[in-house]
Write a protein that binds this ligand. Structure first.
Ligand code: CO8
Length: 255
């Protein structure tokens, strides 16, 4: 039976893990199912934003019981990174709406998203070192980039989970809401994003990624300028500016 669901409504896609008996711990099958659903989201022209949200718990990590007896080759086969990288590179904005536990591979999934929103009782962290391993699905790369080296090392070396407020102070999450409002808050933000120029959003996500990866700042600024100018070949730029001048809402057409 499927353990991952996808719904797409009014331009907002939502992927959810449904494995409550294991606090939504992630295994190979779940991540492979997610992979297929990502293809559906990418193919759907109406999708403007993707939310990852799972009821009660975001995900209590990778499935320890499935990993426990792995040898080195088995551990490689368990790797989630190709799918996680695919999420990070999606051409539409992604939001992790975090309720309950987001630990280990679950928190690494949240780190692949562009934006993170947490409920006030959420518990987030990287307990891998308590199991004799370390984060292996992008955590050692994405966490230092998100919160800086010192906070990343504190989280990863201690293995301690942090509260939503502490995560907010570190910059691990963008905002904290009441537990009952996590999905609603993510949806509200997704709907705001969905109203904006989709070509501009898609291109700026790519420009930000390239800028962060580009060691030469002047080159990064050149890339921004080139891509910015390209927008002036699009219908949406003409429509957005015309709508402003005519004092009406734009009707973007994603072209
Ligand atoms: N894997 C497998 N089962 C789990 C997991 C997990 N990560 N987390 C919880 N469960 C299961 C429990 O075994 C239990 O099942 P059962 O009833 O059959 O014993 C059920 O979920 C409920 O859990 P608890 O009874 O433990 O619930 P508590 O409320 O007492 O505790 C905790 C909640 C604190 C979240 C606790 O369950 C816990 O510590 N879980 C493990 C958290 C963890 O260490 N996560 C990191 C896993 S390692 C990882 O993610 C590495 C990723 C590296 C990259 C992956 C790509 C290769």
């Amino acid at each position: 039976m499927s353990q991952v669901t996808l719904k797409i409504e009014e331009g907002i896609a939502c992927i959810s893990v449904v494995r409550p008996e294991a606090l939504n711990a992630l295994n190979r099958e779940i991540v492979d199912e997610m992979d297929q659903l990502l293809d559906q989201v990418e193919k759907d022209d109406s999708a403007r934003c993707l939310i990852f949200y799972s009821e009660k718990n975001f995900a209590a990590g990778a499935d320890i019981k499935a990993m426990a007896e792995c040898d080195e080759e088995g551990a490689k086969a368990f790797a989630f990174s190709p799918v996680y990288n695919k999420i990070a590179d999606l051409p539409l904005p992604t939001i992790a709406a975090i309720e309950g536990y987001a630990l280990g591979g679950g928190m690494e999934l949240a780190m692949t998203c562009d934006i993170r929103i947490a409920g006030e009782s959420a518990k987030m962290g990287f307990p891998e070192v308590t199991l004799g391993i370390f984060p292996g699905a992008g955590g050692t790369i994405r966490v230092p980039r998100a919160v800086g080296e010192a906070f990343a090392k504190e989280l990863i070396f201690t293995g301690d989970a942090v509260s939503a407020q502490r995560a907010l102070q570190m910059g691990l999450v963008n905002r904290v809401t009441a537990d009952t409002d996590v999905y609603a808050e993510a949806e509200k933000m997704a709907k705001r994003i969905a109203k904006r120029g989709p070509v501009a959003i898609r291109m700026v996500k790519e420009v930000i990624r390239r800028g962060l990866e580009e060691p030469d700042q002047n080159r990064a600024i050149e890339i921004e300028a080139e891509q910015w100018a390209r927008l002036f070949t699009t219908y949406d730029q003409k429509e957005g500016m015309k709508a402003f001048i005519e004092k009406r809402k734009p009707r973007f057409e994603n072209r």
